[in-house]
Design a protein around this ligand. Structure first.
Ligand SMILES: Nc1ncnc2c1ncn2[C@@H]1O[C@H](COP(=O)(O)OP(=O)(O)O)[C@@H](O)[C@H]1O
Ligand SMILES: [Mg+2]
Length: 260
């Protein structure tokens, strides 16, 4: 018996089902993401990845099932995007999630202003924190970008970095990245992957969704494969090589075809 406290997983989904009318988008999903774990969520178009993310992030409730965040049960009657934030679930949408014309520092605090006791926004404090996040949390260096720069000056990868830094600063339990590298150049993709490495170093959990298997493989500790609304496999990276994972996915797809 060790005296260590039990570490609750970052998030746990139990028997989650989702119907859109007659479409059964998620079937009996049981999924656990540990603290400090990066999970690659893999599946074809229409498999149910985004639906799963939307339930996690409070966009809509499941048809049935339970969810726990850091061990705390989620009440789906009151769960919302705001509530998900409060409970530590953050997501980074494609570049449009950052206000284009805003200065960078403002962007960190949308909806969560740092105020004086009278309610005025503490601009200096916000800038100071934003600068700290940029330099220390996400390692933004040089190239003339400061907290006063307009978001529109940032590259796609840098925007992802800012959003990830923001999520980390607000002490997210789980950061969800759904196709964060779509439409980015290779160099920018590299930046995003480096930011994701920072998530892990910061001791946070992450669900990473991408069609690029090489990226998913590099970044993840574990792969969860979802097909037509069902989790069909969960594989630790240490138990499979990239080529074996690719082969597994191909075989799986072929196996399904053969049975049709
Ligand atoms: N808002 C919605 N209304 C109706 N059907 C939906 C809706 N969102 C997703 N679906 C259906 O649910 C299934 C899963 O979709 P989705 O979660 O977007 O898959 P993925 O992100 O893996 O491509 C698909 O069959 C899709 O058509
Ligand atoms: Mg999707």
């Amino acid at each position: 018996m060790s005296g260590e406290p039990v570490q609750q997983p970052a998030v746990q989904m139990v028997n989650i089902e989702k119907y859109f009318g007659l479409v059964n988008a998620l079937k009996d999903i049981n999924l656990t993401v540990g603290k400090n774990e990066i999970v690659g969520l893999i599946g074809d178009n229409g498999a149910g990845k985004s639906t799963l993310v939307k339930i996690l992030t409070g966009v809509f409730p499941p048809s049935s099932g339970q969810m726990f965040i850091a061990g705390n049960p989620v009440d789906f009657h009151t769960y919302s995007v705001q509530r998900a934030h409060d409970m530590g679930i953050e997501t980074v949408y494609q570049d449009k999630s950052l206000g284009e014309k805003q200065a960078l520092w403002r962007n960190f605090f949308v909806g969560r202003e740092v105020t004086y006791p009278f309610g005025f926004i503490n601009v200096n404090k916000e800038k100071e924190i934003a600068n700290e996040i940029m330099i220390n949390t996400i390692g933004f260096r040089g190239k003339g970008i400061t907290v006063d720069s307009k978001v529109s000056k940032l590259s796609g990868g840098e925007r992802q970095g800012v959003a990830i830094g923001r999520a980390m600063h607000f002490d997210a339990e789980l950061i969800i990245l759904d196709e964060p590298t779509v439409a980015l150049s290779l160099k920018e993709v590299r930046k995003v992957l480096n930011f994701v490495h920072q998530i892990k170093e910061g001791g946070k959990a992450c669900i990473y969704i991408s069609h690029d298997m090489q990226d998913v493989y590099e970044i993840s500790d574990r792969f969860i494969i979802i097909d037509r609304g069902e989790i069909v496999s969960s594989i630790e990276k240490k138990d499979i090589s990239l080529s074996a994972l690719d082969a597994f996915l191909l075989d799986y797809a072929h196996g399904l075809k053969d049975r049709e």
